[in-house]
Design a binder for this molecule. Structure first.
Ligand code: HEC
Ligand code: HEC
Length: 320
């Protein structure tokens, strides 16, 4: 233990070094412990979420009620059948999600996203006006439209109401603003093919990729087939059936050539002009028993040839 008089004292020196190192470690320990009490670094925590706080909580309930977590991971929890949803809002934005959630079994087309973006509250939420600016701001939406729009998805359609869709989006917005230190990592799926997704016919692909030129060429070929494609791509069939039953709007089966009663008590013959107006200025004539403002106006979304093709398609579903 002790050093002999006159000899070089190795042990004492080593002990000093050890005590110094120990003291230094203790300092680091205390400093780090104190730092852990500092405010979290700009992280979004429930206390400082201002926007739509209530809606986000509602959305979490919707998320639980539909057992989204049985298929999806969010903030590190859940299953891996579907993609991680933590950052989805950040990259795809509100308009894409509004277009996707109500009919999740197929991937939204650009037109379907644009319809959503035409709603002032969604454009405000997205912080852009116009689809080009939107796709630039939300590259995930652009990438999904490019790669998969119009294809079948392997997520089932869920019977979500409009309110439930809005709250679930508020919830996804909340999780996308959390600081998860880079989680989830970007999945390396770009360029993969999806064998389970049904391929669109080549003609329809050109309609989606280039709505103007492709549509004109196809309309000249077979307007009815193009119309049938367009009503799916544009999302009409979320609200209309091709039979006679009402979904949200009236069914199209047997509509053409019939006489419809309007909500002001008058009646109108369903011909090409009536259908065209129903598409471009839906609130001009409201079918009896339906609410004003539900059917979106497609002015600026569908061009003349596309409207003509849809009219031809609805005509083909008409009565005698
Ligand atoms: C039965 C399983 C299942 C359930 C339940 C489910 N999803 Fe999905 N979801 C999927 C799958 C699978 C995909 C990917 C589809 C594909 O790639 O074709 C998906 C895709 C998505 C996407 C697009 C993600 C992306 O990155 O493109 C969103 C958003 C989404 N789901 C939200 C939800 C929400 C919200 C719920 C609950 C209301 C829900 N899902 C319930 C299976 C499910
Ligand atoms: C959000 C739901 C919704 C979407 C999406 C929608 N519609 Fe409608 N549509 C309605 C409602 C509700 C009515 C009835 C009110 C009215 O007459 O405007 C209606 C009415 C119509 C009518 C007149 C029917 C009649 O009996 O007078 C036609 C035609 C029509 N829609 C075609 C379309 C086409 C084509 C698309 C897609 C390009 C489309 N709708 C998209 C909800 C929708």
């Amino acid at each position: 233990m002790s050093c002999k008089e006159g000899e070089l004292c190795e042990e004492g020196r080593k002990r000093k070094v050890a005590m110094l190192v120990l003291g230094f470690m203790a300092l680091i320990f205390v400093a780090l412990s104190l730092m852990s009490f500092l405010d979290s670094r700009g992280q979004v925590i429930p206390k400082n979420v201002q926007y739509a706080g209530f809606e986000a909580v509602q959305g979490k309930r919707v998320f639980q009620a539909y057992n989204c977590m049985g298929c999806h991971t969010i903030v590190g929890n859940g299953a891996y059948f579907g993609p991680d949803l933590t950052n989805t809002y950040d990259i795809t934005g509100p308009a894409w999600l509004e277009a996707f959630m109500p009919s999740a079994a197929s991937w939204p087309t650009q037109a379907a996203v644009q319809v959503q973006l035409n709603k002032p509250e969604i454009a405000k939420e997205a912080g852009v006006d116009g689809i080009e600016a939107y796709l630039e701001k939300y590259p995930g939406a652009a990438e999904r439209i490019m790669r998969r729009s119009g294809h079948a998805s392997i997520m089932p359609n869920l019977p979500l109401s409009g309110d439930e869709v809005s709250s679930v989006i508020a919830f996804l917005k909340y999780t996308s603003q959390m600081d998860t230190e880079g989680w989830p990592p970007v999945p390396r799926v770009a360029g993969l093919t999806f064998p389970h997704a049904t391929q669109m016919p080549a003609a329809a692909v050109s309609t989606v990729v280039s709505p103007q030129s492709g549509a004109v060429a196809n309309a000249l070929e077979d307007p009815v087939a193009l119309g049938e494609k367009l009503v799916k791509d544009t999302g009409c069939t979320a609200c209309h059936s091709t039979g006679s039953d009402t979904v949200i709007g009236p069914g199209w089966g047997g509509l053409y050539g019939s006489v419809v009663t309007l909500n002001d008590g008058s009646s109108a013959d369903v011909d090409d002009a009536y259908l065209t107006e129903a598409l471009l200025d839906p609130n001009a004539q409201i079918a009896a028993g339906f609410a004003t403002g539900l059917m979106p106006a497609y002015t600026g979304i569908l061009d003349t040839d596309q409207v003509a093709a849809i009219v031809a398609y609805i005509r083909s579903l008409g009565g005698e």
